[in-house]
Design a protein around this ligand. Structure first.
Ligand code: AMP
Ligand code: ZN
Length: 522
């Protein structure tokens, strides 16, 4: 089965909303200040953003996927709010771990990095992450890296050791530690003693490392060697975004030392501050280890999860949790993502079906109900955007959608509401809210409902097999409901109640109304 967007919604349709959006203020928690601040850009209407991507020596794991999805979330947020976004993401393709792996496999470093860049790209496409404006490789930026180190040395913020290594002198940069809140004293206490002999301050960090025998190296004014890890992001960001940017993202492990060092290097080289307006960091993904290994097959590599579950389940699971809260990847989180998507697509299917049916009559009561639903749609749109603007509160946005879905189901089960002209307009509006507001930023809800429900059905079967419990598919539920209808027609209420209780035991709740019986998953 292919899982592709079904084309219900086009960007130009969404464009109708964009003109209103640029005025809307966004508030984000800045790691540097620990405060929620109004997000301001250097150039009105434009965002320059950078995200630290993976080191490509193996398959990306689901923790990396969380980081990738968080960056994608910011990218989509800014685009949805009408900004032109220049988004740069890197691949770290020079690193000790890559060199080690290449040695083990007896191949060139490039063989390893190309393989795992392709692998990462497959993950990102499956996870429906949107293409950054620019993807960069360290190996393609050696001249920029060397030029930046030269500028740091020229400005007196670094030094070359007798052995040909180049270090950043943190004593020359009084702001050092401002992002992470570390003091020079903390850093000295934490540094390892044995490396301190060549450094002026034990906490100084490498900008350029002299080549060791048998290792890949590049020529430089300080002899053959390779860049230290941190300088790559400073140099690539400076090349593609300039000396200042609006937003910089990474996982929380990067606050110190990587991002602290990026600030020091960039500001020391360019003399321009602040390097970054807003720093954002996602919290870590953790595992519910024991249980996890049994029921999800101990999925660690993102590809294993994405190829089995698909991008929408991943997005729903990961983005139901705020990006700054720890996310425990467990069978329960995956189950509730599947259930959430089920609810979304079951209501979407009912709206799609309704749009193709013949209108029977105009009913004043029904028209009034749908009229109020239109107002709900409008309010939901605004509330979803408010949640996004409030530090990307994705779970708040989703709960607004679920409230609208409840209202949709309520009206559908009321009297003759489905067969009226207003119902068709309401169905269209309902789908638009889903696709334009949830689809654009959270990135779920734009698939064809029938395709997605079939996929979710097979996932439920897989999950229940893993858990050793039965979960009913939509078709199963319909079959039980048909049997119950027949029982009721025969006035066999005992059998009818048995079927209701059986469905309830499988997590399916049914509701009878004059218009028929509807069901939802709990
Ligand atoms: P790395 O390949 O280790 O440089 O990581 C690439 C990105 O993934 C960085 O932004 C890391 O901060 C982030 N990252 C690594 N592990 C996790 C995790 N378990 N949870 C969330 N983000 C992570
Ligand atoms: Zn980086």
């Amino acid at each position: 089965m292919t899982l592709e967007d079904n084309g219900h919604f086009t960007e130009s349709e969404a464009g109708v909303w964009f003109y209103q959006m640029i005025e809307k203020k966004i508030f984000l928690t800045n790691t540097r200040t620990h405060k929620k601040e109004e997000f301001r850009t250097l150039t009105p209407g434009e965002v320059k953003m950078y995200s630290c991507g993976p080191t490509v020596y193996g398959e990306i794991h689901i923790g990396n996927l969380r980081a990738g999805l968080t960056a994608d979330l910011f990218y989509r947020l800014f685009k949805r709010f009408g900004y032109k976004v220049n988004y740069v993401r890197n691949y770290t393709d020079i690193d000790d771990k890559i060199i080690k792996r290449a040695k083990e496999e007896g191949v060139d470093m490039g063989v390893i990095t190309r393989k795992y860049i392709e692998a990462a790209e497959r993950n990102y496409a499956l996870a429906k992450m949107e293409e950054p404006t620019k993807k960069t490789l360290v190996t393609e930026h050696l001249p920029e890296i060397i030029a930046m180190i030269e500028a740091i040395l020229k400005n007196g913020k670094g030094y070359v050791t007798t052995e040909g290594d180049v270090y950043f002198a943190i004593d020359s940069f009084p702001k050092y530690g401002a992002l992470s809140g570390k003091t020079l004293e903390d850093l000295k206490a934490g540094a390892r003693v044995e490396v301190s002999e060549v450094k002026k301050n034990v906490a100084d960090f490498a900008l350029w490392k002299r080549a060791k025998p048998g290792e890949p190296s590049w020529e430089s004014p300080w002899g053959a060697g390779r860049p230290g890890w941190h300088i790559e992001c400073s140099a690539m960001a400076c090349k593609w975004l300039g000396p200042k940017m609006d937003l910089h993202h990474g996982g929380e492990d990067l606050v110190f030392p990587h991002h602290e060092n990026e600030i020091a290097q960039s500001e020391a080289a360019t003399g321009v501050a602040p390097y970054v307006g807003t720093w954002v960091h996602n919290a870590f993904l953790t595992f519910s280890s024991e249980k996890m290994s049994k029921s999800l097959g101990n999925i660690v590599n993102a590809i294993d999860f994405l190829s089995q579950y698909g991008g929408e389940v991943a997005r729903m699971a990961f983005l139901s949790v705020h990006y700054r809260s720890p996310f425990d990847f467990s069978p329960e989180t995956v189950d509730s993502a599947i259930t959430g998507l089920d609810r979304i697509y079951e209501s979407k299917l009912s709206a799609e079906k309704l749009m193709t049916q013949k209108m029977v009559h105009v009913d004043p009561v029904a028209e009034a109900l749908w009229g109020s639903f239109f107002i709900d749609c409008d309010r939901t749109r605004n509330s979803i955007l408010e949640h996004y603007a409030n530090d990307l509160n994705t779970s708040g946005a989703l709960s607004e959608l679920f409230a609208l879905i409840r209202e949709w189901n309520r009206i559908l089960s009321t009297g003759n509401a489905r067969n009226t002209p207003a119902a068709i307009l309401a169905a269209r509006e309902f789908i638009k809210v889903l696709e334009e507001e949830i689809g654009s930023v959270i990135g779920v809800g734009r698939m064809g409902a029938e395709t997605m429900l079939a996929h979710l059905g097979s996932l439920r079967a897989l999950r229940s097999k893993n858990e050793g419990k039965e979960v009913l598919s939509g078709e199963d539920v319909e079959r039980h409901l048909a049997e119950r209808k027949a029982a009721r027609a025969n006035r066999d209420f005992k059998r009818s109640d048995e079927i209701r209780d059986f469905l309830l035991s499988k997590g399916v709740e049914i509701k009878d109304s004059p218009a028929g019986t509807t069901w939802t998953r709990r």
